[in-house]
Design a protein around this ligand. Structure first.
Ligand code: VGL
Length: 206
């Protein structure tokens, strides 16, 4: 297993839960899956990033200002918080995106960490070359973040068991996954990743 990998958890926030303002069907189902990935990456001392959609109250992204979406993930609100059961540890790096009121801001590569450092710069500083990425939503932020990563020369493993889509049109998620694969992403599931990392309990085979 390469050491230069990181886990990227995209937008597992309250607003995207099936019962909330911008429902992603099955969005809550990624939480226990990510908790396993978090433990695995943590056990191997590998960096973990959690991105969040972090919108101002007024943005072109929202319907009432000309966009497509109901208001969601407004900075500092309950809806913008990560799902309470997501077991993020203290050393998780939080990346906020969607702050520019003039762009859609789907890609986490438009985001910055709490020190104002861009995701790309932070990844490069930590020597990360390969992103293991999943989250919400497959057909928007996950897709745009993956495509941006590939374009910038990162490898991407799309965690197929840890993504769910909005599906504005049925099939959007499948088309998004195909687009990511065409652009060079490979697909992984927990079992594959655990095996790559040296099997159950394995920490020695790096
Ligand atoms: C997202 C729709 C609207 C996402 C954000 O995080 O994927 N989807 N805004």
């Amino acid at each position: 297993m390469e050491k230069n990998v990181a886990l990227i958890i995209v937008d597992v926030q309250n607003c995207f839960m099936p019962w909330d303002v911008l429902p992603v069907p099955g969005g809550d189902e990624v939480v226990p899956v990510f908790n396993r990935y978090i433990k695995l990456f943590n056990r191997h001392g590998l960096p973990i990033y959690a991105t969040r959609d972090w919108h101002p109250e007024v943005t072109h992204h929202f319907k009432e200002y000309g966009g497509q979406w109901p208001p969601h993930c407004i900075q500092g609100t309950e809806g913008a918080k990560f799902h309470a059961d997501l077991e993020l540890l203290d050393d998780v790096e939080i990346v906020s995106a969607g702050m520019d009121p003039n762009t859609e801001g789907y890609s986490s590569f438009e985001g910055t960490n709490e020190q104002g450092v861009s995701l790309e710069e932070s990844l490069r500083k930590r020597g990360v070359k390969h992103l293991y990425l999943g989250g919400l939503a497959t057909d928007y932020c996950v897709k745009f973040t993956s495509l941006d990563a590939l374009q910038r020369g990162f490898r991407v493993t799309l965690l197929a068991d840890a993504v769910r889509g909005v599906e504005v049109q049925p099939g959007d998620s499948q088309r998004a996954i195909e687009a990511m694969i065409r652009a060079g992403a490979r697909i992984g599931n927990y079992k594959d990743v655990e095996e790559e990392f040296g099997g159950v309990g394995g920490v020695g085979k790096r």
